[in-house]
Design a protein around this ligand. Structure first.
Ligand code: FNR
Length: 404
């Protein structure tokens, strides 16, 4: 598919009189997609997406942190010229948010990785292609128009070099290195629901398939018929093992050996933008800057790695203070336009959202992703009017939060 430039898409989004397809009319907020996805998806897959780790303390803390930051709006300011557009690394985007990288998307949504990338591009934003995706990154680049790739970096330099070469050759020029996953999180809900790699068709899983025929036929069956058995495609320079392989032990490719020296090595061998995802400590933000990284994503992986971490919203202000010149991005727990604006108010230049967009792709494909982005954009636009500002960054350094 020929991809339009982001700027063209921004213009199109502004011009278009949007008519919402009938099956999306009841979808009024991001959470509505989660409700719909819960009945569409087998329990194991819904649990894999929605869940956190252990007691879900971090997952809950992320949401609670947003509630703890109220606005104190200003009134009677002319807000008729407001717009949600922002610039990120020289790109103009229609909205101050993008779609976070999510592994296994093609298991939840038919052609999930491409749907997320295309939907985001159509709505003037972008999706980050995950290292743990089941779609070859080359397809996500050519058919989805994606330029952002997230890597789980193998722990040795020869393998890193080969992966970087593959990613650059495919046309990606923004590389996100996920730093908060040296080992897999303790996702007990996956074990309880039967979601585990290697996938085995146990009686429990078979029953979930039988009782969710729309997913079994419309997503999994269609995926296998169209593209064959899903494989881990993007962990390394070569295709990884199939999802249902009997003797697969899902390799963490030596991620626990990854360190700042590896980042420095990558910096020397990667000419595009380099971003570290999973930063929660101001000192790590500083080291990333000194290592030549272009940006960081303040993230606790949506509460899916270490349970009991600081919420990302609480972590953000000291990080912003430590690296005032750096591009600081943010994710984990955003569900509303007000959340986006609160993160920007506390120092984020841009934010990412994960789960709701995967639910949207699962239930409504590319159209669902576009609709979800529009919902969030409209919320931001409306909230800016209420707050008395005309562009998202106006909220920075403003007096729109009560003095604490
Ligand atoms: C993730 N996340 C993730 N992060 C990453 O760097 N690489 C990955 O492959 C994945 N995979 C993944 C799968 C699923 C199903 C989810 C929900 C999340 C984390 C993701 O990028 C992001 O940090 C969080 O999803 C943000 O939190 P919210 O918006 O989902 O609350």
């Amino acid at each position: 598919m020929a991809q339009k430039s982001v700027v063209e898409n921004v213009a199109t989004v502004r011009r278009k009189q949007v008519t919402t397809p009938r099956n999306l009319r009841g979808m009024l907020s991001l959470d509505d997609f989660e409700r719909r996805a819960k009945s569409y998806l087998p329990k194991s897959i819904y649990g894999y997406i929605s869940g956190g780790v252990e007691t879900d303390d971090t997952l809950k803390a992320n949401r609670a942190a947003f509630r703890g930051i109220p606005f104190q709006p200003r009134v009677l300011r002319d807000v008729s010229t407001r717009q949600t557009t922002v610039d990120l690394f020289g790109d103009t985007l229609a909205v101050p948010f993008g779609i976070a990288p999510m592994g296994f998307s093609a298991l939840a949504a038919y052609d999930g990785d491409v749907s997320l990338a295309r939907g985001a591009a159509q709505a003037g934003s972008f999706a980050i292609c995950s290292a743990a995706s089941l779609t070859p990154l080359e397809r996500v680049a050519t058919e989805g128009g994606s330029r952002w790739f997230q890597a789980y970096i193998p722990g040795d330099e020869t393998r890193i070099g080969a992966l970087l070469e593959r990613v650059a050759k495919a046309g990606f020029d923004r590389l996100v290195i996920t730093a908060d996953a040296p080992v897999a999180g303790n996702r007990e809900n996956n074990a309880r629901n039967g979601f585990d790699a290697p996938f085995r068709v146990t009686p429990k899983i078979a029953w979930q398939g039988i009782t969710h025929p729309r997913w079994t036929i419309g997503t999994l069956g269609r995926e296998i018929l169209t593209r064959g058995m899903p494989h881990f495609e993007n962990m390394e320079a070569i295709q990884g093992p199939p999802l249902f392989s009997k003797d697969l032990v899902r390799s963490t490719i030596g991620r626990d050996r990854l360190c700042w020296d590896s980042v420095r090595f990558i910096r020397k061998n990667w000419t595009g933008k380099l971003i570290i995802k999973g930063v929660l400590h101001p000192q790590d933000a500083r080291i990333a800057q000194e290592a030549g990284c272009d940006g960081i994503i303040v993230s606790n992986h949506g509460g899916r790695q270490l349970d009991g971490t600081v919420s990302t919203l609480a972590a953000l202000p000291p990080i912003r203070k430590e690296v005032p010149e750096m591009t600081v991005m943010f994710d984990s727990g955003i569900r509303r336009g007000t959340d986006v604006l609160k993160a920007i108010m506390l120092g984020a230049d841009f934010v990412f959202i994960g789960r709701p967009f995967l639910f949207a792709a699962a239930t409504n494909g590319e159209a669902g992703v576009i609709h979800a982005i529009r919902l969030l954009r409209d919320e931001i636009d409306r909230n800016m009017a209420f707050l008395g500002i005309t562009q998202p960054y106006d909220i920075r350094g403003s007096d729109l939060a009560p003095m604490r």
